[in-house]
Design a protein around this ligand. Structure first.
Ligand code: FE2
Ligand code: FE2
Length: 238
């Protein structure tokens, strides 16, 4: 996996999440990066610095790829009668983790009626689009998620800067977040954003890594950003 540090200057003062960027190689990577930049521009225009609302809407999208990837991989493994090398569970865990990001942010802010409409439309378009992309090129699909996650890390770093500057109130962490990440009783939004950003950095490296493996490179999990400590979600009596 060729993950190289980006140019200095991107915010590193907020609890050191060194920004990393996968340098695109070939059409598949460039396509994924181009789509990501386009969507980033759209999100920046629509949300500006409303990070709480931005997180809610984008997390509804972020939780889709893992489940699509797990479903398609599951079906492929059944048809081909081959092992999944653990990828199905990894991708399902990613989807659940992203859904927990959503549950956390929605406990602190409510989406507007218009944002709910955007969420509805985005889910239809993104689910179908990503599903088709996954069927056509699994490698491009995971590269795309890798680039999405690069942007997520950047967005949460900017959110931290807003909190530290006092422009976003550092409210108490919601109960669901304290339980999921096993945070301290007095944890705040800032603590939540730090663990969410760690999750995004991990997803970034996992997805870039899988795309690179599909491109013929050897697995390289040693260089993945560490995943946050969190509990597994299960039914209460299961
Ligand atoms: Fe997320
Ligand atoms: Fe993510």
């Amino acid at each position: 996996m060729t993950i190289a540090p980006t140019a200095p200057g991107t915010d590193q003062a907020h609890d050191a999440a060194p920004p990393v960027h996968h340098a695109p190689r070939g059409f598949s990577d460039r396509f994924a990066l181009g789509v990501t930049r386009l969507l980033r521009f759209g999100a920046d225009t629509f949300f500006a610095k409303r990070y709480g609302h931005r997180a809610i809407v984008l997390e509804t999208v972020a939780a889709v790829p893992g489940m699509v990837g797990a479903t398609v991989t599951h079906l492929q493994c059944l048809r081909r009668m081959v092992d999944d090398d653990g990828w199905i569970r990894t991708l399902m865990e990613e989807a659940e983790n992203e859904r927990m990001h959503l549950m956390t942010f929605v406990a602190m802010a409510r989406p507007t009626a218009f944002e709910r409409l955007v969420i509805l439309l985005a889910q239809w378009i993104f689910y179908v689009g990503f599903f088709l992309l996954y069927l056509v090129s699994k490698r491009t699909a995971h590269r795309l998620v890798g680039y999405f996650e690069e942007e997520a890390v950047l967005s949460y770093t900017l959110y931290l800067a807003e909190i530290d500057a006092g422009r976003s109130p550092n409210v108490a962490a919601p109960e669901i977040a304290k339980q999921y990440w096993e945070l301290a009783a007095d944890a705040t939004l800032r603590d939540v954003v730090l663990v969410v950003r760690a999750d995004e950095a991990h997803h970034r490296d996992v997805n870039h890594g899988l795309a690179s493996q599909l491109d013929g490179q050897p697995p390289d999990s040693a260089h993945e950003a560490p995943y946050s400590q969190h509990v597994e979600r299960r039914r209460p009596n299961a």
